[in-house]
Ligand binder design. Sequence first.
Ligand code: ADP
Ligand code: ADP
Length: 227
Amino acid sequence: PVQIEMSNVDKRFGNNVTAVQGMSLQIREGEFVSFLGPSGCGKSTALKMISGLLSVSSGAISVNGHPAGQSIDGSDVGYVFQEATLMPWATVFDNVYLPLKLQGLSRKEAGPRVREALDMVGLAKFSASYPRQLSGGMKMRVSIARAMVTKPKLLLMDEPFAALDEMTRFKLNNDVLDLWKSQGLTVIFVTHSVFESVYLSSRVIVMAARPGRVVHDIPLPGGYPRT
Ligand code: ADP
Ligand code: ADP
């Protein structure tokens, strides 16, 4: 079934910048889609509109049958930013607990789910560590655990590994593929790396700048072994 539908979406900032123009797209449940394009082509803006972090200027977006950002339970969308954006004063556990805390769960109630999410990214043993004690790759995995702790159906990732070295990045790419396969997720992965988009996704949405728009929508059957 269709999970995300964008119909003729525009986003303007002020009078001069058209960050996204006429974007129409349907994404089915379970797809791994990448948004590929140069800096400034509107990839982040599109992702933020899908998550509801930004409103559309015109057009419409529906996610899981609700207008973007207005689902009954906002936790059905997980978002991973370019920087790990962890709270430096809080432990790994507390960083991952945050979304559940916002839902009103006590630390105790949330415990098993936080541990499960940390397990998923291989960091169960680092629950009591602070972000400064972790490598860049580990911090990024904590931020993926935080996005996954609410068990979202949709995971949005905005150039999540851009700041990491290539080896770490490659390892994390494989981690994300494992997560996608094991959790039955829909993933939208924003990147300006052709390699990353082709390696990871089963469909590449190519965007161009000024104005930001979709120029190709390329299915990649058989790119990566998929079951
Ligand atoms: P990408 O993620 O592809 O690099 P963005 O979505 O961040 O592109 O930006 C698309 C365009 O919109 C760029 O020209 C950018 O400068 C502009 N833009 C993004 N956010 C804002 C904002 N808050 N105010 C004004 N212009 C913005
Ligand atoms: P980087 O981004 O610096 O490459 P990695 O995620 O590759 O970070 O981890 C760097 C080091 O951190 C590893 O060599 C290992 O010593 C330690 N490390 C990372 N993940 C774990 C883990 N799950 N268990 C134990 N040690 C780990």
